[in-house]
Every structure is written in C-alpha cells, then in structure tokens.
Write a new protein. Structure first.
Length: 403
C-alpha cells in the first residue's frame, strides 16, 4: 500500500481518534490545531471529573441522540461504551461507574489520558501541528494561518473535526460554517444544547438567591421526568438537571414562543398528602411557618414558590399543594451558545455518504460535533465524537483504497 498524506483539521477527540486509526493503517497523518495545545475542551470537561461514557444498556444508550440516532448507530455499534473503556485502559486510564451510571477515569482527570494519547499518536508517526488555524479552501487544498505566515497544504484526503460553536474560546468557534456553505454544503443552524435558560426573576429574588441550588426536586418537560438538583443563576436556571431538558425547552420556544420547566418541590410526597399536611397548619401562623411545617419548604424553595405564584399565601391547601407539586418556571430563551456545554445543528446527514465523506467535496470527510446531532451530558457527547472520528477515519481509508 502506498503511503497517503492525510490532513486532519481539528485536534479534539474526534480528530485525534481519526488520526489514531489512520496512522495505525500506515498513512502519513498531520493533525492541524488552531490552539496552542490539543484537546482544550476535552481538558476543561475533565476538570470536574472527565465523564468519558455511560454504562446504561447499549440499546438505550444508542437512542440518546434524538433524530440522529439511526444515523449514528453504526458508528456507535463499532465503538461501544465498553470499547471506549477498553481503549482508555489501553492508554493507562482505568475507569469506574459512578452512582449515576456515568463512567469516569479513576484519576478523575482528563490530562493523564490526553498525554498518553498524544504520546501514542507521535509513536505512530502522527505530526501534531499546533497554532495552525484553518482559514478556508485553496485550489486543491486548504489554507492555514500560522505564526510563520500563511501555509497551504494539498493532502490526498482531509478530515474536518472542528467542533460546533460552544466554548469558542477553546477553539470551536464555527468559523467553518460559511466556507462549507459556499461550497454547497447544507448546514443546520447551530443552536445551544445542554444549556441554561433566562428567566425573568425579580431583582429582589435575583439578589438574594442567585447561586443557590434547588436540591431534591423533580423536573418535567417534553424530555421526560428527571430527579436531581439545579441552580438559580442571576440570569435564570443552570445545571445538569436543566441541561437534561434543554433540547425540549429550546424547541418548544421555537415552535410555540413560550416554554416552562415544571418543578415538583416535594417529590417525596403526593399532592393529597401535602394538602392534608398544609390543612393541619394554624391559619393564624405566618405563611413561612405554614410552608415550613406543612410542606418542608424554606429558603430558596419557599422563595421560588412566592416568586412564581405571588398569591400563594392566599390559596387553599389543595390548590397550594398542586402548585408546589407542579411549579411552572417560564423560560425566556436559552443562554448564549458560547456558554453551552455543546451545540445542536451542523452538517446535514444528507450531505454525507456512508463513509462520512461530504458528497459535494470529494476527498473531504467530517466527524464529531460538526455534524447535525446532539446528546445529553453523561458521556454520550464524548463517546459519539470518538465513534464518528473512528468511523470517518475508516471511511476515509476505504475511499483511498478505492482510488
């Protein structure tokens, strides 16, 4: 087999996985990364304990990617969550399953895994080029800005793994969107995913409770019912429990112009039991005392009820219990995409062939968060980036073999 020159543009998980596969097959691979170091978003995600994959049953895991689930399934079947754990172990990173089913490195850090990965790539002959920012197409090639000036490369094939539009300061700034659209590629608009939402808090509530967690609640939207906790922010609501509902809330806002997250402040008690407990309280007692003794609500939970239901103190026990069990938090808009954990939208699947090659651009492939899919947090995002990087690399290799 003749050695082929392959350019991988983007040094995150999808690009590095593609480099691993292609260099192992004997190709000459160069990874071009705009930032001074590789995997910056990967490292930031690992600061609180890298969530590398999820341990749930694969049939459920593979359905977590919304409308893109059928298209992603072959890639996920070829690189399952168990394969991700085995791959990490091969790089010296043992993993464990947390109580939530999420899988973490035992070291609870991303940096040891990334360092070992880069060492492996260099040992396989991969050229790792930082501070090479892709700035568009050249005739039969790709233009980069570098500290030494502009550079044009003309590889035998290339793979784009530039990420979406979240956390742009770490490199995924979506600058690629207009360049691909100019080439006729259909791209669904990039939108925030796994994000917080703005809420029209009163100034008094914002000043007193911004940063406070609402613990031991249950939340409901079109995405389903999820228990846990979230945080009141100065802008609205944040946290992993909110992120679980973000796609449903975002899409409802687009479709109907309004949306609300439903919160059960007392998931351990039925509405009937709560109404009885509230009815037993002395009518002469303050509303705060009745809430605390009858419903166990105080602090930010009681304040949230007052904020969203101004006449709560005048309600009959049954009506008040119903509000406590299904409190509506109206959301105004998602927080900006730059703040989001990830992004939705990207290159349309209809413009990719089965090998992840862009149909209008022969010899150019794409993987990772550039593609039109989204997933909840919990290891799904990283696993799909790795899996699509691997599948696109195999597709690129098969295309080269066919030439």
């Amino acid at each position: 087999m003749m050695t082929k020159q392959i350019a991988i543009i983007g040094g995150g998980p999808a690009g590095l996985m593609a480099a691993e596969v292609l260099s192992a097959a004997g190709h000459a691979v160069t990874v071009y990364e705009a930032m001074p170091t590789f995997g910056r978003k990967f490292l930031l995600a690992g600061k609180s304990g890298l969530n590398i994959t999820h341990s749930e049953d694969f049939s459920s895991f593979a359905e977590r990617f919304g409308n893109a689930s059928p298209r992603l399934r072959p890639a996920l079947e070829a690189f399952t969550p168990d394969d991700v754990r085995a791959w990490a172990a091969g790089l010296g990173t043992e993993t464990f399953v947390g109580t939530s089913g999420r899988v973490f490195p035992k070291a609870m850090k991303a940096s040891p895994l990334l360092r070992a990965w880069l060492r492996r790539l260099e040992a396989q002959g991969v050229t790792l080029s930082t501070r090479h920012r892709w700035v568009g197409f050249a005739e039969n090639g790709y233009r980069f800005e570098t500290p030494e000036g502009p550079v044009t490369v003309r590889p035998d094939a290339a793979l784009l793994a530039l990420g979406g539009a979240s956390w742009p300061r770490l490199g995924s700034d979506a600058a690629w969107v207009p360049w691909l659209r100019d080439k006729g590629i259909v791209i669904a608009d990039l939108r925030p995913a796994n994000c917080g939402f703005d809420v029209a808090w009163s100034e008094a509530f914002r000043e007193r409770f911004a940063g406070e967690p609402l613990k031991s609640v249950s939340t409901t939207s079109g995405a389903g019912i999820f228990p846990g906790e979230f945080v009141v922010s100065k802008h609205g609501i944040e946290g992993s429990l909110v992120y679980a509902h973000s796609a449903a809330l975002r899409d409802r806002l687009v479709a109907e112009g309004r949306a609300a997250l439903t919160v059960d402040l007392t998931p351990g008690r039925t509405a009937e039991r709560l109404a009885r407990d509230l009815a037993r309280q002395d009518a002469k007692a303050s509303f705060s005392n009745r809430l605390r003794k009858g419903a166990g609500l105080e602090g930010v939970k009681a304040a949230l009820l007052r904020e969203l239901v101004p006449d709560a103190s005048r309600m009959a026990p049954q009506e008040l219990a119903e509000q406590i069990k299904a409190l509506q938090i109206p959301v105004l808009r998602p927080r900006p995409i730059a703040e989001a954990i990830s992004s939705a939208g990207g290159i349309a699947w209809s413009d990719l062939d089965e090998n992840y090659m862009l149909k209008p651009l022969t010899g150019l492939f794409a993987a990772g968060e550039m593609l039109d899919w989204e997933a909840p947090t919990g290891g799904y995002l990283l696993t799909a980036c790795l899996a699509t990087g691997r599948s696109a690399a195999h597709g690129l290799g098969a295309w080269l073999d066919s030439q």
